[in-house]
Design a protein around this ligand. Sequence first.
Ligand code: SF4
Length: 83
Amino acid sequence: MKVICKRCLLSEISDEDTKKTIEELIQTMPEDKKADATLYRSRLDICKSCDYLNGGMCTRCGCYVELRALQKVRKCPHETPKW
Ligand code: SF4
């Protein structure tokens, strides 16, 4: 797995590198930590209609939503949590 350089600026990282890293983190997440597929899909559907979503990132908390929504214990950081 390629790790994003902690000392790199976003301008030094390609979108493809970031996407690949997120996909690898999703694929390697332990099954017992994951929300089930239905819950995951419903969370992402909600994020898709949220004004805080920007380029795959929740600008409320700075997480990539596909990674945050996949984690069973995570909650939406919206001032009025949406999931
Ligand atoms: S505030 Fe909640 S619903 Fe909105 S993008 Fe962030 S995680 Fe998704």
